[in-house]
Design a protein around this ligand. Structure first.
Ligand code: GAL
Length: 646
C-alpha cells in the first residue's frame, strides 16, 4: 500500500479566506491581528483579484497586495497565494472575446460573474501563463508565502466544457491524434447508427443541443478532451510556480461531488488536494429525498461530506489534504439557504480532521458587503462582529493535534470516466453514478469502517476488501489488474459493472466482458425501476435498478423473490468475488457486513447519524443527529457533537 507522505502542516491548523481588495485599507489592516487571535494560521488571498493586480494590460498595481501580505506576516500568519485566472478582467475579454466559453445551449457565456473562459483557448492560455508568471515573480519567494492555490475550483458553474469556439477546434485535433483516421473514429463511436458517420474532421462538433440523445461514445471522448484541457491549463501554471517559488507547495481547491474532469489526472502536477466544503448547500443539491433534505438541512449529510474527504485524501495515493473553504453559516447559491444548528461548524472541523485533513480554512473572514455573495455568511457579520460560526471556532480545541495517518483497510473504487458514461444513459429516473456509489459508501460508513477511495487502476495492495460500486468501463488491462488482487482480497462489484468497453460501446460478448472468469457469472437482464416501483430480493426491497445473473462457476447468494426476474440470481459469489445486482441499501449492508467480518475488518451497525473515523490511534465519534444517541459501547453522545477517544 502506498505510504502517506508527511502532512503539511505537521499539526492540524486552521485558516481563512480573505479579500483585502474588498475592504478599504484602514479597515482591513485591523483584520490580521483578529485572525491570529481567533487561532488561525493560514490566510488565502487574491484568487479573484486580477482586475486589481493588472487594471490595464501590462500595467500592474501590487502595492495593495504587498501591504496586505506584510500585515499578515507581521501578525504571524502564513499566506496561501493564488493565481487569479478564475476571473479574466473586462479589458481582456473586450480585446479577445473568443476567450469566452460556449454553453450547452450554443450561446456565449458572458462577462459579469466568473469562470468565463474556455480552457482550450490558446489566447487565454497565454494570458494565464503571463499573469501566473507576474504573481509568482512578485511573491514566489516572499517569506510569508507558504504555498499556492491554482485558479479557483476548476469547472465551477459547469465550465469544464465549452461547446464551441476554441474547444470545438481543439477537440477535432484531439480526436485526430487519438484515432488517426475517420474510419477508426466512426468505428469506435458506432457512427453507422443513425447515419452519424463523418467524412471530414471539420464535420465534428462538441456534443451539444441535439434533438434527442447524444451518442455516449461522442460524449465520453468530448468529456475526456475537456478534462485533458483543464489538466493542461493547470500544469502550465504549476510549471511556472515551481520555477519561481522554490520550496513552496501547490494545491487546488476542488469541489464537492464534482465529476466533470478526471481529478486523478488533474492532481498529478500538484502536491496535495484541497476541497471546498459547504455541507448545507450540498444537501440542497444532492440527489436526496425531500425527507432526507429536511433531516440534514442544518447539519449536512455526514456521508455526502465525508465522501469528499475520502476522495481527496485518495487522489494522489493516500495523502493528507486540506479543506480550503469550509462554510461557516449559510451559502447564497442553494435553492434555500438555512443556517446550521449550533455545533455544526465544530463538528465539520472535527470530521475533516478525523478523515485526514491537515488544515481547515474557513470561508470567509467577513461576510461580503458587495455584489453576488452579499447574502453569504462569514466568520464576521457585515458589521464586523463575530458571527455564530466565528464564535463556535473561538471555543474549539482541535488545532494543534497531530496530523496522523488514516488506517483504512477497505478501498472503494471511483472512476470519473465511468461516471460520464453512467450519467449519459442512467436508464432509470433515480439512477446516477453518485447515487449508486453513495449506496455502497454509506453502507460501509454506516458499518463503522474507514474507507479509502481510490482509482481502479492504482496500486490496491494491502486492502482487505475492495468495493467497486459502479465501474462501467472495463478493458482487458483493468480486468487483469483487479484479478491480481482476488487471491488475498475480497472484491465486490455493484450493478452495471463492466457493462462497456473503454470506448463506451457495450461488451460485444455480453457482460461482464473481461471480468467474466473472475466473477463467474454472466448478465441476463436489467430492470430500470421507475420511482415507486420496487421488487424484492432475499427479502430486501429493491428500488431503481435490478439485474439478474446466470451463474457459470459462481454460487448464488440471493435470488429475486418477485417481479419479472423472480428466481434469478441477484447476488453471486465466485471465490473472493461477489457481484451485487440489486439496488437495495439493506441488502448491500447485509452482504458487506458478512464480507467485512470474513476479511477481519471490525464492523458494527451504527445508529442514525452516528459515524466514527480513525486517525492515528485516535477514534473520533461523531453524531450528526439533533438528538442524543447511544454508542455501541453503551455510552451516550450528545446532539451535533463529537468525542475524541484514545
Ligand atoms: C465556492 C467558491 C467561493 C465562493 C463560495 C460560496 O464555490 O470557491 O469563491 O463563491 O463557493 O459558497
Amino acid at each position: 500500500m502506498i505510504e502517506m507522505l508527511p502532512p503539511i502542516p505537521e499539526n492540524f491548523a486552521l485558516g481563512v479566506c480573505d479579500y483585502p481588495e474588498h475592504v478599504p485599507w484602514d479597515q482591513w489592516k485591523q483584520y490580521p491581528e483578529r485572525q491570529k487571535q481567533l487561532g488561525l494560521t493560514y490566510v488565502r488571498v487574491a484568487e479573484f483579484a486580477w482586475s486589481k493586480m493588472e487594471p490595464r494590460e501590462g500595467d500592474f498595481d501590487w502595492q495593495w497586495l504587498d501591504d496586505a501580505i506584510e500585515a499578515l506576516d507581521a501578525a504571524g500568519l502564513r499566506v496561501v497565494m493564488c493565481t487569479p485566472t478564475a476571473t479574466p478582467p473586462a479589458w481582456l475579454i473586450r480585446k479577445h472575446p473568443e476567450i469566452l466559453p460556449i454553453g450547452f445551449d450554443g450561446h456565449v457565456r458572458n462577462f459579469g460573474s466568473r469562470k468565463h473562459y474556455d480552457h482550450a483557448s490558446l489566447i487565454y492560455r497565454e494570458h494565464s501563463r503571463r499573469i501566473t508568471r507576474a504573481v509568482a515573480e512578485r511573491y514566489g519567494r516572499h517569506p510569508a508565502v507558504d504555498g499556492w492555490q491554482t485558479d479557483n475550483e476548476w469547472g465551477c458553474h459547469s465550465t469544464t466544457r465549452s461547446y464551441g469556439g476554441a474547444s470545438a477546434v481543439a477537440f477535432r485535433g484531439w480526436l485526430e491524434q487519438k484515432y488517426g483516421t475517420l474510419e477508426a473514429l466512426n468505428q469506435a463511436w458506432g457512427n453507422i447508427f443513425w447515419s452519424q458517420e463523418y467524412t471530414d474532421w471539420s464535420q465534428i462538433d462538441p456534443p451539444f443541443n441535439m434533438p434527442t440523445d447524444r451518442n455516449p461514445s461522442h460524449v465520453l471522448d468530448f468529456n475526456r478532451f475537456a478534462s485533458d484541457a483543464v489538466n493542461e491549463f493547470q500544469a502550465e501554471q504549476v510549471a511556472i510556480i515551481r520555477e519561481l517559488s522554490p520550496g513552496r507547495w501547490i494545491t487546488h481547491n476542488y469541489m464537492m461531488h464534482f465529476n466533470e474532469f478526471d481529478h486523478y489526472a488533474n492532481s498529478e502536477t500538484i502536491d496535495f488536494a484541497s476541497w471546498d466544503s459547504y455541507p448545507l448547500g450540498q444537501v440542497e443539491r444532492a440527489p436526496l429525498t425531500e425527507e432526507e433534505k429536511v433531516r440534514w438541512a442544518r447539519t449536512g449529510h455526514p456521508d455526502y461530506v465525508s465522501w469528499n474527504h475520502d476522495v481527496y485524501r485518495g487522489l494522489k495515493g493516500r495523502r493528507a489534504f486540506w479543506v480550503m473553504e469550509q462554510g461557516v453559516g449559510q451559502v447564497n447559491w442553494a435553492p434555500s439557504n438555512c443556517i446550521p444548528v449550533e455545533g455544526a461548524i465544530a463538528l465539520w472541523t472535527a470530521q475533516a480532521y478525523a478523515h485526514g485533513a491537515s488544515c481547515v480554512s474557513y470561508f470567509r473572514w467577513r461576510a461580503a458587503t458587495i455584489a453576488q455573495e452579499l447574502m453569504h455568511s462569514g466568520l464576521l457579520r457585515h458589521d464586523e462582529t463575530l458571527d455564530r460560526g466565528g464564535q463556535e471556532i473561538s471555543r474549539m480545541e482541535i488545532a494543534g493535534r497531530a496530523n496522523g495517518e488514516t488506517p483504512a483497510r477497505v478501498a472503494l473504487l471511483h472512476d470519473y470516466e465511468s461516471s460520464w458514461v453512467y450519467d449519459v444513459q442512467p436508464h432509470s429516473q433515480n439512477a446516477s453514478y453518485i447515487r449508486q456509489t453513495m449506496l455502497f459508501y454509506s453502507a460501509l460508513r454506516g458499518l463503522g469502517v474507514d474507507v479509502d477511495i481510490r482509482h481502479p487502476d492504482s496500486d490496491l495492495s494491502g486492502y482487505a476488501v475492495i468495493v467497486a460500486p459502479a465501474l462501467q468501463l472495463m478493458g482487458a488491462e483493468r480486468a487483469a489488474h483487479l484479478a491480481g488482487y482476488a487471491n488475498e482480497t475480497i472484491l465486490v462489484f455493484g450493478p452495471r459493472t463492466a457493462y462497456r468497453t473503454p470506448t463506451g460501446r457495450v461488451q460485444e460478448d455480453g457482460q461482464p466482458g473481461p471480468l467474466r472468469d473472475l466473477a463467474g457469472q454472466r448478465l441476463l437482464n436489467f430492470d430500470g425501476l421507475r420511482p415507486g416501483l420496487t421488487v424484492r430480493a432475499g427479502g430486501h426491497e429493491v428500488e431503481t435498478w435490478a439485474e439478474s445473473y446466470e451463474p457459470i462457476d459462481a454460487d448464488v447468494l440471493m435470488t429475486y423473490d418477485d417481479g419479472p426476474l423472480a428466481g434469478k440470481a441477484a447476488v453471486t459469489r465466485h471465490g473472493n468475488v461477489v457481484s451485487i445486482g440489486a439496488w437495495s441499501a439493506t441488502l448491500v449492508t447485509d452482504v458487506l457486513d458478512v464480507l467485512l467480518g470474513e476479511a477481519g475488518v471490525a464492523a458494527m451497525r451504527l445508529p442514525g447519524g452516528v459515524r466514527v473515523s480513525r486517525r492515528g490511534s485516535t477514534e473520533i465519534w461523531m453524531n450528526f443527529d439533533q438528538a442524543a444517541r447511544q454508542l455501541p459501547d453503551g455510552t451516550e453522545i450528545g446532539p451535533v457533537s463529537f468525542q475524541f477517544r484514545g
